[in-house]
Design a protein. Structure first.
Length: 86
C-alpha cells in the first residue's frame, strides 16, 4: 500500500510472509529499505557508478523493475538497503 502526501512524497507500507534476517538476500525483518527519487535515469546511473567506485555494496540494477520503477539498490555501511530511483 502506498500512502501519498500532498507534496508528492510516498510511503510504501506492507507485510510479507517470506521475510528473513538477511539484508543482502530475500527480505529482512522490520525496516526493509529507503527509496530516494533522484529525478532521472541518468542521475540513478551516475550515482550508482559513484557508489561502486567508492567501494560500497551494490546489490542490483540499474534496471526497470516489474512494477515499472527504474532503480538501483545499494547498501549503506551497516547493510541497510537504499533504493535509488527516478
Amino acid at each position: 500500500m502506498f500512502l501519498t502526501f500532498p507534496d508528492g512524497a510516498r510511503l510504501e507500507v506492507g507485510s510479507r510472509e517470506d521475510l528473513n534476517k538477511h539484508h543482502e538476500t530475500g527480505y529482512p525483518l522490520g525496516y526493509m529499505h529507503i527509496a530516494m527519487s533522484l529525478g532521472s535515469k541518468d542521475k540513478v546511473d551516475d550515482l550508482t557508478k559513484e557508489i561502486d567506485a567508492a567501494g560500497y555494496k551494490h546489490l542490483s540494477g540499474p534496471r526497470t523493475t516489474g512494477d515499472g520503477y527504474y532503480e538501483s539498490v545499494v547498501c549503506d555501511p551497516e547493510g541497510n538497503q537504499i533504493e535509488l530511483t527516478v
